[in-house]
Design a binder for this molecule. Structure first.
Ligand SMILES: Cc1cc2nc3c(=O)[nH]c(=O)nc-3n(C[C@H](O)[C@H](O)[C@H](O)COP(=O)(O)OP(=O)(O)OC[C@H]3O[C@@H](n4cnc5c(N)ncnc54)[C@H](O)[C@@H]3O)c2cc1C
Length: 389
């Protein structure tokens, strides 16, 4: 049995940033990061080559996190002397069904731009400007847009590996292949599980739980109540750019309309763009992710590609798989276990948690150390479990 000041469960992007910031920012604590699968793995939500990072959100509490998140990612690049964030414009478009979301996003960008000394920049696009700027897409006459120039693409697999490497450089310990089976609260929290077939218990003064799509299985026994989270199997589609065609759009892309489509230009595979829709996801247990999977229902997406992106082939060439954990309001839950102030958890990050992970680490560090220093504390109310009670 070993004793640590902190144990973090789950080495996805949220748990890895949390472990790293605990050891980086506090007085040399001992920190253990536990992961059930051998690393790296592709069973959770943090694998893959790219994620969008942006300030453009319809909710002010999300936009307000982003300057700090960008700073943390850029600092990590400096500390690790590597490139993790490629600056790329982000295009948001909407037809009438998505005007509300688009207008809220533009309003948030305007507010944050005023505070940011113009490091955040964007412009609005009328239907005419949209067509002129992006002739590769056949947007309709009712599509309006907004382009955020201060957005970018995070190289996701590289980001995750870099956070873990920096954590280890500062003396952090990672045990992968350690399946946590129960967490027993107390002044010293017992984290029980099996590591390479051997029963083990690790003791932690404080514990942060970041289990991604396994949240219900791990957190509900501690909460003693249901977590309002659904886990979805998300197919990720890559579409070839047609030879001799009008090409693909050069910006990352979010459509605020009814289908909620998003895409990333040719950063990963040459001549292919990633374009996906929330409507192609199915509910799935993360332990049986592909069991009931026959053929993904991607008709909506195929029709969408045919209609709006004539420069792309209309059948995806590659399909990869990821998991979403979705709450009823699409906002994550970051909180402590009632009556157990030394156990905090973060889950329900859906399709937006990667970019914000440095802020999630700061929030968990703040929850576990309410006595301060408080300069890192970010408003927690929007993320509390209480909003569902
Ligand atoms: C297709 C797709 C596209 C996305 N696009 C974006 C984007 O453009 N921008 C963005 O910001 N976000 C995006 N996201 C969301 C983002 O990737 C996720 O919100 C984020 O990765 C969630 O990280 P996590 O650490 O909570 O979960 P995970 O990465 O799943 O990590 C949880 C970890 O806990 C481990 N674990 C679970 N149970 C146990 C146990 N019993 N014992 C030990 N370890 C355990 C798991 O094995 C896993 O490694 C996207 C997600 C998907 C699926």
């Amino acid at each position: 049995m070993e004793k640590f000041d902190y144990i973090v469960v789950g080495a996805g992007i949220e748990g890895s940033w949390t472990a790293y910031q605990l050891i980086r920012d506090l007085q040399k604590p001992s920190v253990l990061l536990l992961e059930r699968f051998p690393l790296p793995h592709s069973r959770g939500s943090s694998h893959g080559q790219t994620r969008i990072i942006r300030h453009a959100y319809p909710e002010s509490f999300h936009t307000a996190l982003m300057p700090r998140a960008f700073r943390e990612w850029r600092q990590l690049e400096k500390d690790a002397q590597t490139d993790l964030l490629i600056s790329k414009p982000l295009l948001c478009v909407a037809d009438e069904s998505g005007y509300q979301g688009l207008d809220n996003t533009i309003a948030r960008l305007k507010e944050e731009q005023a505070k940011s000394n113009n490091t955040i920049s964007y412009s609005e696009l009328t239907p005419k400007e949209l067509t002129k700027e992006f002739p590769q897409a056949s947007f309709s006459k009712t599509h309006r847009g907004c382009i955020e120039y201060s957005a970018g693409i995070l190289l996701a697999d590289k980001c995750l590996a870099t956070v873990q490497t920096q954590f280890k450089k500062l003396g952090g310990v990672i045990k992968d292949g350690f399946v946590v089976t129960s967490i027993i609260p107390g002044e010293q929290v017992q984290v029980k599980g099996h590591h390479q077939g051997v029963e083990k218990t690790e003791m932690g003064g404080k514990v942060a739980i970041c289990p991604g799509p396994w949240a219900k299985k791990m957190i509900e026994p501690l909460l003693g109540k249901k977590l309002p989270i659904k886990t979805l199997r998300v197919p990720v589609f890559y579409w070839k750019v047609k030879k001799g065609g009008p090409g693909a759009i050069p910006a990352s892309f979010i459509d605020h309309g009814a289908g909620e489509f998003w895409g990333i230009p040719e950063v990963e595979y040459k001549d292919m763009i990633k374009l996906c829709s929330h409507s192609t996801s199915d509910e799935a247990d993360p332990d049986d992710r592909d069991k009931s999977f026959a053929h993904p229902n991607h008709d909506d997406l195929t029709n969408y590609v045919r209609k709006f992106f004539p420069g792309l082939e209309d059948t995806p060439s590659i399909i990869e798989t990821c998991m979403y954990s979705v709450t009823p309001d699409n906002v994550s839950i970051i909180d402590t276990i009632p009556g157990e102030p030394n156990i905090a958890y973060a889950c329900g990050f859906s399709g937006t948690g990667f970019k914000k992970a440095p802020c999630v680490g700061l929030m968990l560090k703040g929850l576990l150390n309410p006595e301060g220093p408080n300069d890192d504390l970010i408003p927690m109310e929007p993320f509390s479990f209480q909003r569902f009670e």
